[in-house]
Design a protein around this ligand. Structure first.
Ligand SMILES: C[S@@+](CC[C@H](N)C(=O)[O-])C[C@H]1O[C@@H](n2cnc3c(N)ncnc32)[C@H](O)[C@@H]1O
Length: 408
């Protein structure tokens, strides 16, 4: 072999690094599906980690807490094992914090952390359900983060409605307000054709099925969607003012106008959180948020839509039979510019025994029960990178790699 036939290692390496960097970037942007977990007692280290390290979420909480808790008595609902918000209250100069936690393991870990940090004269931990326990004195501020991506989905209405009893007459709820947005969406083709979960996602889903005691069409959230996947204006699915009396059953009319000639697959819902009047977080654009947008795969099979088509619908929230977690229903019409009217109805419940009820869930759950389809692309990152490189390296470089293999 002459020297000109030998692989050019420098060139190889340069190309390889460039493509690898692009590949990693693109794969991290790939749209992923995950089960919603916050409305079930699944809290573990991984879930707390995602919240404790959710920078933007924590920034809006800290800023709002700084505005109101100095020298005040605070009650926190659901402090979690990392006592994130209680620590923020200490840092902001709160007089004392009664921190309530329902999960025994999280409570024990939280107590250890309080002792380790020397906060036991500031943070008084109470084990139990916030709707049932008592606190020794009335508080000035009630801090909580029991919000889902559909804000009410983790039971905030029933819990915060009850928590009013912890507050002095002019006491403040923090956060102050949450809006859940809704828009029509066109999903990436690979999600539509073969929806799949990661192994981790499937593990959580299996634990939720065990907890509820049967499989059902668990609400799914979707990561890495971009604004260009939305094909209508944005409307309000739900608007909760935590400083007003909270209802648990309500409905909201929505009106969406399609703004792209496209395919209509469903609706995307996401949270806009007001921890105070001036501290606002819209989670749609934060790819690292612990709140991922929720997918309602309503139109399976998809419907072709055109600019100007409209969706008029009623979004209904009703408390499920457990008295805490809501069920949701959207009933409405797609009204085409041609005058054609297509009626639809979609239900997303907390735990009703409805399984594989539409094509999306039939694709997600394979024929023989609750098996998950993995195969639209290898979910393992190393494998995915290998496929990405194979598809994207120039032939000359692949040939050089092959040559290299025969030499080594
Ligand atoms: C979303 S996590 C928030 C944890 C922490 N406050 C934070 O912001 O990082 C909600 C926490 O509330 C707890 N929780 C949920 N419902 C509760 C209830 N009814 N009473 C007390 N704690 C509750 C959960 O166990 C969980 O630890």
């Amino acid at each position: 072999m002459t020297s000109s036939e030998l692989p050019n290692y420098k060139q190889l390496n340069k190309f390889f690094q460039k493509i690898l960097k692009q590949g990693k970037y693109l794969l991290n942007q790939e749209v992923e599906l995950h089960p919603t977990v916050g409305a079930y007692p699944m809290y573990d280290r991984r879930i707390y980690y995602s919240m404790t390290n959710d920078t933007l979420r924590n920034e809006v909480y800290q800023a709002a807490i700084n505005q109101v808790v100095k020298d005040k008595v605070v009650v926190e609902i659901g402090t979690g094992e990392d006592i994130v918000l209680a620590k923020m209250c200490v840092a902001a100069g709160a007089k004392k914090i009664f921190a309530i936690e329902i999960n025994k393991k999280s409570y024990d870990r939280a107590q250890n952390l309080i002792d380790q940090l020397g906060f036991s004269d500031k943070i008084y931990l109470i084990y139990g359900d916030a709707t049932k326990v008592e606190i020794p004195e009335l508080a000035d501020v009630c801090v909580s983060e029991i919000l889902g991506t559909i804000a009410s989905s983790e039971g905030v209405n029933a819990i915060i409605k009850n928590a009013r009893r912890f507050l002095k007459p002019r006491g403040i709820m923090l956060p102050t307000r949450s809006i859940t947005h809704i828009a029509a969406a066109c999903l990436p083709d690979y999600i539509l054709a073969s929806p799949a979960l990661s192994q981790t996602g499937w593990n959580y889903m299996r634990r939720i099925f065990e907890y509820i005691s049967y499989p059902f069409d668990l609400r799914i959230c979707i990561k890495n969607l971009s604004r260009s996947d939305l094909i209508s204006n944005i409307d309000i699915f739900e608007d909760l003012d935590f400083n007003q009396p909270l209802a648990v059953d309500y409905s909201q009319e929505i009106s969406l106008t399609i703004n792209k000639n496209s395919r209509l697959d469903g609706f995307i819902l996401w949270l806009k959180l007001y921890t105070s009047d001036s501290e606002v977080l819209d989670v749609f654009d934060d790819k690292n948020s612990s709140w991922m947008p929720v997918l309602f795969p309503v139109f399976y099979p998809s419907i072709a839509v055109n600019v100007g088509d409209r969706i008029e619908a009623s979004c209904q929230t009703t408390l499920s039979d457990d008295g805490v977690y809501p069920d949701y229903k959207i009933i409405g019409n797609l009204i085409k510019t041609t005058g054609e009217k297509i009626a639809f109805e979609y239900e997303s419940s907390h735990h009703k025994p409805v399984f594989r009820h539409n094509q999306f869930y039939q694709n997600l759950f394979a024929e023989d029960g609750v098996r998950i389809i993995y195969d639209y692309s290898p979910r393992n990152f190393g494998e995915r990178i290998k496929f990405y490189l194979r598809d994207n390296l120039p032939t000359s470089i692949i040939n050089q790699i092959r040559k290299l293999r025969t030499i080594l």
